[in-house]
Every structure is written in C-alpha cells, then in structure tokens.
Design a protein around this ligand. Sequence first.
Ligand code: S3P
Length: 169
Amino acid sequence: MNPAPNLVLVGPMGAGKTSIGKRLAARLGLAFVDCDHRLEEVTGAPVPLIFECEGEAGFRARETALIAELMRGHGQLVATGGGAVLAEDNRRRLRERGFVVHLQVSVSQQIERLARDRSRPLLAFGDKRARLESLAVERGPIYDAVADLAFDADGLTVPIAAERLGALL
Ligand code: S3P
C-alpha cells in the first residue's frame, strides 16, 4: 500500500467512485467515506435540496469544509463529488493528505449509469450527453492534474475494477 494517509477517488459523476470505492475500501481495510453522503447526513437534506436552498456556491462551501476536515484524518478511502476538484484548496488538501486516483469512464458509460438518476442537480436540465461531454472537456484535465494515478474503469464491473485498482496500490 502506498504511504499516503488516505486514498482519494476523483472523477466524473457515474464513474463508480462510490460503488468501486466501497468495495476497494473493504479490500484494503480502509474506512469508506462518500462526501455527498456525508453532507446529506450532516445536513439531513439530499444533495438536490442543498443546491436548491443554498445554491451551488453553498454546496461547494460545505464540500470544501468537509474535505478540509476529512483530510486531517487518516486510514480513509474518500470518494469525492465530481466537482470537488474545482477548488484549489480542495486539490491542495487532497494531494497533501491523499493518494489521488482519477477514475476514468466514457460519457456513454456515465449515461448508462445515470440513466434513471435524479440526484445530480447539474444534470437536471437539458441534454445529458451534451452536459457530460462539456463537463469532461472542462474537468478532465483537472482530474488528471490532481491525480497520482489514472485508472480506466470503462466497461469494468465494480468487483473487477476494485480488484484491478487494488492490485495497483
Ligand atoms: C457533482 C457531482 C456529484 C455531487 C453534486 C455535484 C459535480 O457527485 O457532488 O451533484 O459537480 O460533478 P458524484 O460525482 O458522486 O455524482
């Protein structure tokens, strides 16, 4: 296992950060934390409602505070939200206190995974494919820049992805 205090998954919505992360954490003996789920626990509100009440800026402020808190700890596998890497403070803290893995997937696979999803406010309106493609262009280089390792999870089942990624760490 690499010597960083935490393992961090970054990547777009529908990449499998939560599902693969949970499995990988169990395999590696790390405590699993999903940032969105933690924010929902703390606020008692689902992510779309946080966006509705506090705006994206309010959600991002909560996300940044949570990442700062989590990165003071160790022994965790942290699945970040797809937009967490947008803030410079988050990128710095994730890199300082984590080994960062970029989970890569194709837009087609994201669409498959998110077909019936209603929990992503950024995909609530307009054409999903166009939105995901433009987010990929905008954020892809940021994921790559922040990551210590890029892992192509496209087309892999959750157990296979967790197994193969675990073997690399
Ligand atoms: C977001 C991704 C979501 C969630 C929020 C915003 C984004 O997390 O944090 O809806 O900006 O890409 P997932 O990547 O877990 O879907």
